[in-house]
Design a protein around this ligand. Structure first.
Ligand code: FPP
Ligand code: MG
Length: 335
């Protein structure tokens, strides 16, 4: 990215942050309930997330020549929808740490976390209400898709044999749908529907790649998140499934571990190490690079080569930030 583009992005991100700040203030006179909901929502929203959806909205919006105000509203709404989903997700996963801080459910309990998620969602819809109505209609469908995917993931718990296509449906619904919506919303605002459709396809695949990276972080460990939580929660993540497909020993370990509704923490960590020793991290990196290339190719033929180039830089930066892995490269047969 050129220096002037970096400056523009920094300015835009500061503006989006201000919008979030304003959107998540409790309205004066709304009372104590609003104060608590806002406090809990802000606890997560301002805990230092990567703001990936804001950056994506900026990239899509700039490629369309969309006004900065519309891009900032879509970006802020996307971050709030994301934060709402994480508040609910941490209840579902019983997460205790996120972004280096105690989760809202850990600090205030599940009840406050669920209601703060609902409140955040209303703030997100409020943020886009002046954009064309179709943007809100798409957002309603988006939240339905995210909810279905999250339910499917719960139903997939403990399923060592989950297929890659089932995994993809879940990952695209959980993460890709919101990525795609960032572009779709701006394309709708600009009357650029065909581009919007290609942004949706691109976003779905970028989301799958992003979810692979997230699955990898769960295995390798990263400051601010619980390690091996996917294994502990019997959640068949991409590297776990790949390792199980390649090794009877790992498949049996997971079968035994996941036969219990509450797997033993030490055994979960041992299985995680076993999965890493099989080279699953290198295999996940390979697959996620391939997924990113396929995502960017979804924009072919639309005169969007600058955007494609910028998405490639954005994705490379995401890969560069992944935790290091000292295990052997994937070698088929020796897992
Ligand atoms: C994190 O997944 C969760 C998501 C990306 C989406 C979760 C969606 C819902 C709970 C549906 C409800 C949606 C809304 C908008 C209220 P993860 O558990 O794989 O990631 P993690 O390791 O960061 O927890
Ligand atoms: Mg989770």
């Amino acid at each position: 990215m050129r220096n002037d583009q970096n400056d523009d992005l920094a300015l835009f991100m500061a503006g989006a942050e201000q919008r979030l700040e304003a959107a998540l203030r409790p309205a004066p006179g709304d009372g104590a309930a609003s104060d608590l909901l806002a406090e809990a929502a802000r606890h997560l929203t301002f805990a230092g997330g990567k703001r990936a959806r804001c950056k994506l909205a900026w990239l899509f919006g700039r490629a369309l020549g969309a006004p900065g105000e519309a891009i900032a509203d879509v970006a802020a709404a996307a971050e709030m929808i994301h934060a709402a989903s994480l508040l609910h997700d941490d209840v579902i996963d019983n997460g205790s740490t996120r972004r280096g801080k105690p989760t809202v459910n850990a600090q205030w309990g599940n009840l406050v976390a669920v209601l703060a998620g609902d409140w955040l969602l209303t703030r997100a819809f409020h943020q886009i209400e002046h954009l064309p109505p179709q943007v809100t209609h798409d957002a309603v469908r988006l939240v339905a898709a995210m909810t279905r995917a999250s339910m499917l993931e719960v139903m997939a718990r403990g399923r060592v044999q989950l297929s890659e296509s089932e995994w993809r449906t879940i990952a695209q619904g959980k993460t890709g749908a919101l990525f795609g919506w960032c572009g779709q919303a701006l394309a709708r605002s600009m009357g650029e529907e065909p581009k919007g459709e290609s942004f949706v396809r691109c976003g779905l695949r970028l989301g799958a790649a992003f979810q692979m990276a997230d699955d990898l972080i769960d295995l390798l460990g990263d400051a601010g998140k619980d390690r091996f939580s996917d294994i502990l929660n019997r959640n068949p993540s991409w590297p776990v499934l790949a390792a199980a497909r390649g090794s009877d020993v790992i498949r049996r370990s997971l079968d035994v571990l996941w036969a219990s509704a509450e797997p033993n923490e030490t055994r979960a960590a041992e299985t995680g190490e076993q999965i890493l020793a099989s080279g699953a991290a290198a295999e996940t990196r390979r697959a996620l690079k391939q997924e990113i290339a396929a995502a960017i190719a979804e924009l072919d033929g639309q005169g969007l080569s600058d955007l494609q180039q910028q998405l490639s830089v954005w994705a490379d930066a995401m890969i560069a930030q992944l935790p290091r892995d000292n295990h052997a490269a994937w070698t088929s047969g020796i897992r």
